[in-house]
Design a protein around this ligand. Structure first.
Ligand code: HEM
Length: 139
């Protein structure tokens, strides 16, 4: 398997984990489930970290041979900023995910709900933008 294949496979893996996690999150926000399984959330969180780390390691190895060219490509630098935002958001989610196993979404304050919505929006925007920039630069 080439490095690029590992990079692409990691994107599909992250996408699959994201679908499971977002499906759970929608059930909780819509009240279909009052609370979520803590063990399942921890598992999905670690799987997402594994996907991110695999993307960062394979991406760094792809980057090194063409570093001087890519560092002068503004879109690539923007892509790296998005990756940094996704990593920071994953750390934030690590703190927020202790809420759903304990409390129904409807019992949260407006501030708590806004924090969760913001994290979800950052995650969606970050993933779509990073994949779009990656594809645009490659083709
Ligand atoms: C969330 C993390 C990331 C996503 C979603 C992502 C996405 C992508 C995509 C979609 C491609 C095009 C692959 C293809 O169509 O064949 C790509 C290529 C690439 N990525 Fe990433 N990437 C991520 C992280 C990184 C990181 C952290 C680096 C470097 C430190 C990196 C470096 C590269 C390089 C060097 C290429 C090949 C570009 C080229 O040769 O034009 N990626 N990435």
């Amino acid at each position: 398997m080439t490095l690029l294949n590992v990079h692409i496979a990691s994107i599909f893996f992250a996408g699959a984990v994201l679908l499971f996690a977002d499906h759970d999150a929608f059930d909780w926000v819509l009240g279909k489930k009052q609370t979520l399984s803590h063990a399942r959330m921890v598992l999905l969180h670690y799987l997402m970290w594994a996907a991110l780390l695999s993307l960062i390691i394979s991406g760094t190895l792809l980057f090194l041979p063409q570093a001087s060219y890519l560092l002068h490509t503004p879109l690539f630098v923007i892509k790296l900023l998005f990756v940094a935002i996704l990593v920071l958001n994953a750390i934030l989610i690590g703190n927020l995910m202790h809420v759903a196993p304990k409390r129904p979404f409807s019992s949260l304050s407006l501030e708590e709900k806004l924090e969760l919505y913001a994290s979800g929006a950052i995650s969606s925007f970050g993933w779509v933008s990073t994949v779009a920039i990656g594809l645009y630069l490659f083709y």
